[in-house]
Each structure stands twice: as structure tokens, then as C-alpha cells.
Design a protein around this ligand. Sequence first.
Ligand code: C2E
Ligand code: MG
Ligand code: MG
Ligand code: MG
Length: 284
Amino acid sequence: VAKENGKNNYQFFDSELNEITARKMKLDTELRRAIKRNQLTLVYQPKVELCTGKTIGMEALLRWNHPQLGFISPVEFIPVAEETAQIVNIGKWVLETACKQTKIWHDSGFPYLCVSVNVSVLQFRQHDFVDKVKTVLETTGLSPEFLELEITESIMQNVNESKVVLHKLRDLGVKTSIDDFGTGYSSLHILKELPIDTIKIDKTFIDDIDEHAHSAMVKTIVDLGLNLNLNVVAEGIEYQYQAHALVGYKCGYGQGYLFSKPANPVEFEKYLASDNRSFFKHVN
Ligand code: C2E
Ligand code: MG
Ligand code: MG
Ligand code: MG
């Protein structure tokens, strides 16, 4: 009986594994047609200056709406796209679309907006990555200082190569940011050497700030960033008291549902027009 059970367990495990593999293959196939079929869109989440509540820019976030499969989260499909290197094409589309949209907003009364675009480490490692960024800026007409590329700490596994690319991007005038800071491989000693502009503190740390408790960890990360002359952005701010605490820590910028969920361009424009500073009545 034990043997039989064991066998059944294996079968169960196998079929579950097969299901996961089948889903991945399906996503991979469908993703190959997604751009052409206009299934991919970008939404934009405001980045605000915490002490004033003013929107200074936005992060572009990818959305995939498939006619049969429905809405698929980037948390699910980005890793698939990374496994099959499709992320290189998709990432290029994201960069072009985000820069084009930002240029439109610049020309329609919001010339100060800076757009942040997520870049997969696979894209970052392409030998022609910097050239591609340069081309996109030229074809869209967006000035380089209004583009910020968000990369994760995984680039630190190849410090020397990454440093060269980061220097090239800086020469180009583009800004760079370490996303999800604190969750990855950062060695503090390396951080000091990298030519980056911003760190984004991961939401999991911001979650530790509750109504009654401050977060020594968040305060420490903010201090670290400021001491290294970096901009510090807190991600995933959901509550007023978190924004309040962050202002106290001298964290410059923030994003989160408190201000706005990622929004389509039309909704984002409405947000800009109202530029909801009332959130901060209680902060200062
Ligand atoms: P990320 O770059 O760290 O983006 C932040 C994520 O947190 C986004 O999830 C955003 O919608 C969500 N978020 C923002 N504020 C809040 C909040 O207050 N509460 C909560 N619960 N969540 C909040 P999203 O859009 O699902 O994206 C997930 C991840 O997928 C991103 O994390 C990024 O790593 C990846 N991703 C998204 N778009 C792209 C892209 O164009 N290229 C690449 N390479 N990766 C992307
Ligand atoms: Mg990001
Ligand atoms: Mg992040
Ligand atoms: Mg994150």
C-alpha cells in the first residue's frame, strides 16, 4: 500500500508539474503574438515628492490582457519572458511606448515629468542595450534626463560589466535606479562604487511601518541612500501614517496606492490635472 501511495504521490507531483509547464508554454506562445495583437499596454503610477505631494514623474508598468486567458500579471509572465529571452523585444516595446507617451505629456503642459522604466537584467546585458536606449530617445525626441531605468540588484552579480554599462548610460544622460532595494544581492561596498542615481526601497520594508511602530530598517536604508547622495524612493505606500513616517526619515519620494494605483494614460492625466496634494494636509 505504501508503495502504491508513493507512486500516486509521484503521479500527482508529475501532473502538477506538467500543468505548470503547459501554462508556461502557452504563455510563451501567446506572448510572441501579444505585441502585434495590441494586447500589451502600459499603465503609469505617479511618483510624488513626499514633502509636497507634487507628482514629479511616473513608473511605467506593463499589462497583458489576453482575449481568452484574461488579465495576466507581470509577476507571472515577466519570468516566462525572461526564460525565453522574449523580454528583450518586449522591453524594447515598453521603452519606446513609455518614452513616446512621456514626450506627449511634456508637450501638453507637463514638461517636468520623469518616466521610470523597468529593465530586465537580460536586457541590460545585451551588448547593444545602450545603443538601443539612445535610438529610442532620438526617435521619440525625449530628453535623456527625463528617463530613468530601473534595474534590480541582480546586476551586482556581474559588477564590472554592469559598471561599464551604467557609466555609458550616465554619459548618455539617462538616470538609473536600483529597484526592490534590500531584497537582493547588494553589497554596500559595491553600491558605493556604482554610478546610480536612485534607490527604491522595496514594499516589504514599507509594510513594516504601521500606525504605532516605526521601522529602524527603513530609516537606516534612507540614511544610507542619502549619505551616498542618492535619491530615495519608497515603494508601496498605502497609508497616510507611512507617508508621514517617511517624511520624518527624510525620504524624498514615494509611490503607492495612497496616491494612486497604476493608471492608464487617460486616468493618469486626470490625476496630473488634479495633482492631489490634499493627501499631505496632515503630513507637514
Ligand atoms: P516593481 O517594478 O517593483 O513595481 C512595483 C509593483 O508594486 C507594481 O506591480 C505595482 O503595481 C505595485 N504597487 C505599487 N504600489 C503599490 C501599493 O501601494 N500596494 C501594492 N500592494 N502594490 C503596489 P505590478 O505592476 O504587478 O508589477 C510587478 C513587477 O513586474 C514589477 O515590480 C516589475 O518587477 C515587473 N514589471 C512590470 N512591468 C515591467 C516591465 O515593463 N519590464 C520588466 N522587465 N518588468 C516589469
Ligand atoms: Mg519598478
Ligand atoms: Mg520595485
Ligand atoms: Mg517590488
